[in-house]
Design a protein around this ligand. Structure first.
Ligand code: SUG
Length: 445
């Protein structure tokens, strides 16, 4: 069966702001309380979607979530009318108000883990919404993520959308950011590689000392069970705890894979040789040879990888049998990375093209090209069965640019979150968006 990969990018929501909510994510912490530009953020994301769609790559979007999250605010004791809830939260706990306003669902790599139908026991495409329970501002995303995914992938003959795992530390799950599928081609059975940062129950597994490990082994195993993956084609690899402590809060900040290629930093995994060995053996079972593209510390130190987001890139298969690496502009500005990339495309290996984008608004919160997208490999029948209103076209691009221009502010400071008008603006914008995308009732909870 042939299949095509679609990237579902998160459309940046109108409340995009810098609140420093993600301990362990260096960019989020460094930019705390600076002014954001939600309009520019959304336009930067749309420009990426448009350009990749125009190149013929499968491109779609996932809608933003309604903000502020009044359910969260009310559940922690802020009462009264909506305006009163906002005023009390702004006065008593601006940080909780910022959590309720976060536009973090834009990083759709964290929306869910996805297993294509070629990998699952029941021949359906499976999603498990990620509970994101490590961070208050993200721990509530899964309900709407599952809702949006069910609205797009409705047909239960083809698709299964599972609710998030229990929201407890033992099952900390960050979705596709710690999951990579390696295969011969997108339509045939592949090997699913789950990278975890710690284990709840196996005390022999070392954990980071400074920053949290957001993904547990137990969560990865649970997702594999829910998706009906075979044991021979599921590989569990421990992330190097030392790089988590250097700001690598998800595996997709230090490694990216596509088809049979794994582009990774030598320090990415706790046991590099063991990880490659496991992958090679599992991939032999699906007739694929691992193409391990290793970046040495001497070429690119971990700090430069984190600053540039070299590995938070998208690796996309092209018609010429080669791959393009979609990178953030910052990669051209960090000297070691720029030099490395020049050599990479000249090397004759699988990656023969660099496509770069200005995604600075998202990058300042620690979200690069790969964070902004959820990969879904779809057979022709599945691509036809999904909701078509989210597929990126030139027409949709222009409609959404006009919608952003109409509804989004070009400056948001922490104090603006107290403005009751902002809540009304966001809600009005999203109501109109649900009509544009042909998804009525998307935000009715
Ligand atoms: O979860 N940043 C996100 C960035 C997610 C990146 N995703 C992947 N690597 N796949 C996070 O840390 C910052 C929000 C703030 O500080 O306002 C934030 O949530």
């Amino acid at each position: 069966m042939s299949a095509r990969e679609f990237n579902f990018d998160g459309l940046v929501g109108p409340s995009h702001n810098y609140a420093g909510l993600s301990f362990g994510n260096v960019a989020s912490f460094n930019n705390v309380k600076s002014a954001s530009n939600p309009k520019l953020a959304a336009l930067q994301g749309l420009a990426k979607m448009r350009a990749l769609a125009a190149r013929g790559f499968g491109q779609a979007l996932l809608p933003p979530q309604d903000r502020p999250n009044f359910r969260l605010l009310r559940s922690v004791g802020f009462t009264g009318s909506d305006a009163e809830v906002l005023a009390k939260a702004a006065q008593e706990s601006p940080v909780i108000l910022a959590c309720a306003y976060s536009a973090s669902p834009m990083w759709t790599a964290n929306a869910a883990t996805v297993s294509p139908s070629a990998d699952s026991a029941d021949g359906r495409l499976h999603f498990t919404a990620a509970n994101l329970n490590n961070k208050l501002h993200r721990a509530f995303e899964h309900a709407q993520s599952a809702r949006s995914l069910r609205a797009i992938f409705k047909d239960e003959k083809h698709f299964a959308v599972h609710d998030a795992l229990p929201g407890t530390p033992a099952f900390g799950d960050e979705g596709a950011a710690n999951h990579t599928r390696l295969c011969k081609d997108h339509g045939s059975a592949g090997v699913e590689m789950f990278v975890y940062g710690r284990s709840e129950f196996d005390t022999s597994i070392s954990a980071p000392k400074k920053y949290p490990a957001r993904q547990t082994l137990e969560a990865s195993q649970a997702v594999a069970r829910l998706h009906g993956l075979s044991a021979e084609r599921s590989v569990y690899i421990q992330q190097n705890p030392d790089v988590i402590d250097q700001g690598v809060f998800h595996n997709d900040v230090i490694a990216v894979g596509n088809a049979n290629a794994l582009f990774y930093h030598e320090q990415a995994f706790a046991d590099e040789a063991g990880a490659l060995d496991q992958l090679r053996r599992a991939m032999a079972g699906v007739g694929a040879d691992l193409n391990a593209i290793r970046v040495d510390t001497a070429q690119v130190p971990v700090a430069d990888a984190v600053a540039s987001y070299l590995f938070n890139s998208q690796l996309l298969s092209k018609d010429n049998g080669k791959m393009a690496l979609v990178i953030p502009q910052e990669c051209q500005e960090v000297a070691s990375v720029a030099a490395y990339l020049q050599g990479l495309v000249a090397s004759g290996n699988a990656i023969d093209e660099l496509i770069h984008f200005d995604l600075r608004q998202s990058m300042r919160n620690g979200g690069g090209p790969a964070c902004l997208r959820l990969r879904v490999a779809l057979t022709d029948a599945e691509a036809k069965a999904m909701h078509q209103g989210v597929v990126m076209t030139e027409a949709l691009y222009h409609t959404l640019v006009a919608w952003v221009e109409k509804h989004y502010r070009d400056r948001l400071e922490p104090a603006d979150l107290a403005d009751p008008q902002l809540a009304i603006e966001v809600h009005t914008a999203l109501e109109e968006l649900s009509r544009i995308l042909g998804m009525p009732g998307l935000y009715d909870l």
